[in-house]
Design a protein around this ligand. Sequence first.
Ligand code: HEC
Ligand code: HEC
Length: 361
Amino acid sequence: MIAESAKHPVRRWLSRCLGVLALVAIGWGAGVPATGNTPATLGLPAPAAAPDAAQVTLGRRLFMDPRLSHDGTIACASCHVPEQGFAAGSAPVAVGRGGRQLARNAPSLLNVGLAGPLLRDGRAASLEDQVWGPLLHEDEQWNPSPEALVARLRDIPAYARAFAEAFPGEGLTLRTLPAALAAYERSLAAGGSAFDRFSYGGEPEALSREARAGYTVFVWSSCDTCHRIGGAHAAFTDNRFHNVGIEWARLNGRLGPRKAFADEGRAAVSGDPADRFAFRTPSLRNVALTAPYMHDGSLATLREVVDWYDDGGGADPGRHVALRRLGLTEVQKRQLIAFLESLSSPGAAEMAREALSAARR
Ligand code: HEC
Ligand code: HEC
C-alpha cells in the first residue's frame, strides 16, 4: 500500500472496529432483511462481486491525482468533485484543461457501478473502457497515448509498488490502470437513505411525513416510469434513453440563451432519429448533492427541475409521451423535493472524506 500513515495504528484499528460494530448495530436496529446488503447498500441491487480492497485504495489515489493529466493540472476528481456527490457543482458544463468548456455536465459517480451503458448517450460499454476517454481527450487530461501515461506513472516509485501489490505478477499495465480506477468507482455504492430504510429496512418512521407525501406525488406524476423503484431495491433509473425536452428548449431559446449547436444525444450513437435529444435516465439517488441538473446542467436547482416537469417538459413535440402538465400545488412541489432529498446516502460524506485524505498523502 502507498505510504499509508501509521501514526496511530491502535486508535485507527479501534475506530474501525467501532465503525463496524456501529454498522452492525444499525443493521439489527433496522431489521435489515437478508438480501446480502449492508446498511450502507440497503436498497441497492446486489453487486456482482465486491471490488478488491487493495485495488480500490489504489484506484482512489489515482482518481484524486492530477499527475494523471499530461500537464499535471487535472484529476478525475477535478470534474467529479467528491464533496459534490462526485459530480461537478461549480459549472453547468464541465471545465477541462486550461478552462476549456466541455459540452456536458459531469455526472455523479455515486452508484456508477450499477449504471447501464455509460455516459449520457451510452457510448461507453464498461467503466474500464470509459477511463481512456478523459485520460486522452485534448480538452481533459490530454495524455498523448495510453502507453505514454503508463510509462510516466511507472516512473513514480510509489505507484510501481502499489500496482505490484494490488495486481500481483502483473503490475502497472494498460489493463491494470483502468482496472484500478474501475474498482474504485464500483466501490462508490451509496444506498441506505431514509427512503431505503423506509421501503426496504422495515423502518416506517425513517421517512418524514412530507417526504412520504412526496413519494405519492412522485408516483402520481409517473416519475417512476423512468426513475424506477422495485420491490426489493430501487435504481431510480431504467438505464434507458429518453427525451425530456431540454435540448429542444435550449436550441429554441426557451431555456436560457439560445444554443448554437445541438447535442443530438443518443441518436449520435444509435443513428436512430427517434433517439434525437434522448439522454440516459440518471439515477435520482443522492440527487440533492449534485446540482446543477440535466445533461447540460441547464437546471440549477431541484425546484427548477420540479417546475420543468410540472410544466410538462417544455414544448418539444418529440418529448416522451409520459410527460404532461401536472398542475402541482406549492405544497406538492415542496413534498416532491423533500422526497428527492430523502434519497441521499449517509455514506456519501464518508466517501468524500476518504477521497480527500487519499489526495493529501
Ligand atoms: C474535464 C472534466 C472531466 C474529467 C477530468 C473527468 N471526467 Fe468523467 N465525465 C465528465 C463529463 C462531462 C462526463 C459526461 C460525458 C458524457 O456523457 O458524454 C463524464 C462522465 C463520466 C463517467 C460516466 C458516468 C455515467 O453515469 O455514465 C464516468 C464513469 C467517468 N466520467 C469517470 C471518470 C474518470 C475515471 C476520470 C479520470 C480518469 C474522469 N471521469 C475524468 C467530465 C470529466
Ligand atoms: C420519460 C422518462 C422520465 C420521466 C417520466 C421523468 N424523468 Fe426525470 N429524467 C429523465 C431523463 C432522461 C433525465 C435526463 C435528461 C437530460 O439529461 O437532459 C432526467 C433527469 C431528471 C433529474 C435530474 C437528475 C440529474 O442528475 O441531472 C431529476 C431530478 C429528475 N429527472 C426527476 C424527475 C421527477 C421528479 C419526475 C416526475 C415529475 C421525472 N423525473 C420524470 C427521464 C424521466
